[in-house]
Design a protein around this ligand. Sequence first.
Ligand code: NI
Length: 157
Amino acid sequence: MMEEFLEEEKRYILEVYKKLLAVDSSKAMIKTCNKWSAKELIGHLIDSASNNHQRFVRAQFTEDLVFAGYSQDEWIKIQNYQSESWNGLINLWKEFNLHIIHLAANISPDSLTRLRPLHNLDKIAMQTVPANQPVTLEYFIRDYFFHLRHHLKQLEL
Ligand code: NI
């Protein structure tokens, strides 16, 4: 089940990557009605990947799913994604996600599906879960890809 899900996310990322390659780098700098340019949006997804990569690794050594958040707009601003190369950004985005898929595919079934009573997915998840309701790492990983797809839809590729 998780295997199929990850295969599908991999196909999706490679498909989107092809479309991103075709986007003109000057166009990628234009701010859209969603407030971010394409460069900034991919930057946000890189920030999401780097934060969640750590979470998905750490979750295998701990019982809880309590993690630090990050303020998205400040992270984008301070890294000046607008001045970074478009190709560099989309390559990093693609490779980082392929690695996350690889690591997720290597998580033991127990780590993935064990119920975790202690978490802060009421704050850090896209599809939040009340703090008094246990969650699994699998849920949190699926939520990561839900967030990723949510933003890529905004690019209207
Ligand atoms: Ni987001």
